[in-house]
Design a protein around this ligand. Structure first.
Ligand SMILES: [Zn+2]
Length: 335
């Protein structure tokens, strides 16, 4: 086994060349949209570095104790750190706990591996705390960070990591991959389901697989997208009432996820308003194509571009700790 992940040839080439030259870095930042395979790629590197029977310097056997336990993230020399739930904050205590672990000699692996997932969720104090470890890494330690983009982490962090970029697949290629994989496992999925999942994933293979396996979840996304279309006709009082539901700051992560979904819907509306065939960009919600076409008919693409800009501002406000309720109110008022 090597880095045989769909459509990640350039990322794989960089890592393989480091391995073949025996020059792996002490820290990597795997960046790309969630679901593009950042964590899977990092885990595979951990397996290759620690495999007991490597068939080549840039591969692992996938069957030894090391490979099996690392793949399941159950090896004692592998630490995985992340905010409790996606969208929440990764705090300094978690980084300090990790640093204590990293000072220990590996129990049996060649390399002690620390994976810190979605590092953009680490608050500045936590990011700065990790900086010390990146500047003076303990012996026999490798650090693998994941993030949505290189500029989502502090520049001082980025400058001490080797960035590895993961890209979404083209939708057509992803559909073929999913169908082929389904056929091989004798688990043939409805072609329509595969296509809906591929489009909705925006080419992120991990996410597309989850959706293909979890029809209910895909239908929930589609229902939430429909709900969003309904927001355009709310009156001011209804908008304030909706925002009031997000009074509690712990709903921040939930709102962030909702904003991501709304962005996808707004893009579909913009594509539709521009004339789908002209733009060449594949839509996300193919199950709602007619509904979106009806909504966008007669509208200017600029109308939706402006709302996308407002949404980006709302996300920035949320990240800058403005309350979820106020953030949502501002966005809805300008919708
Ligand atoms: Zn192995």
């Amino acid at each position: 086994m090597s880095f045989d992940l769909y459509g990640q040839d350039s990322a794989a080439a960089v890592l393989k060349s480091h391995l073949r030259q025996g020059k792996t870095r002490h820290a990597y930042l795997f960046h790309g949209a969630p679901g593009t395979g950042r964590r899977t790629m990092a885990l595979r590197l951990a397996m290759i570095l620690n495999c007991q029977n490597p068939p080549a310097p840039d591969a692992c056997c996938g069957a030894c104790r090391m490979c099996r336990l690392i793949a399941k993230t159950e090896h004692p020399d592998l630490s995985v750190v992340a905010a409790e739930t996606p969208g929440e904050i990764l705090k300094i205590d978690a980084i300090r706990d990790l640093q204590r672990t990293l000072t220990l000699t590996p129990y049996e692996a060649k390399w002690r591996i620390a994976m810190i997932l979605r590092f953009e969720e680490a608050n500045p104090a936590a990011q700065n705390a990790l900086l010390k470890t990146l500047e003076e890494p303990p012996e026999r330690v490798k650090l693998f960070l994941t993030a949505s983009a290189p500029n989502a982490v502090l520049p001082t962090i980025l400058s001490r990591c080797e960035p590895i970029r993961l890209r979404p697949m083209r939708i057509g290629a992803l559909i073929e991959t999913l169908k082929q994989e389904r056929n091989e496992t004798g688990n043939a999925a409805d072609a329509g389901v595969v296509e809906r999942a591929a489009h909705l994933s925006g080419g992120r293979v991990g996410f597309a697989k989850q959706l293909t396996d979890d029809l209910e979840r895909m239908e929930k996304y589609e229902a939430d997208a429909l709900d969003f279309l309904g927001l355009f006709t709310l009156n001011t009082r209804e908008k304030f009432a909706l925002a009031a539901g997000f009074r509690e700051t712990r709903r921040r992560g939930e709102l962030r996820a909702l904003f991501q979904l709304w962005e996808t819907v707004l893009r579909d509306l913009m594509i539709s308003a521009a004339g789908a065939s002209e733009s060449g960009v594949p839509p996300s919600f193919i199950a709602l194509k007619e509904r979106i076409r009806a909504e966008a008919s007669g509208k200017d693409p600029g109308y939706y571009r402006e709302r996308l800009e407002n949404l980006n501002q709302a996300v920035a406000n949320l990240n800058a700790n403005v309350s979820p309720q106020l953030t949502l109110e501002n966005f809805l008022i300008n919708l």
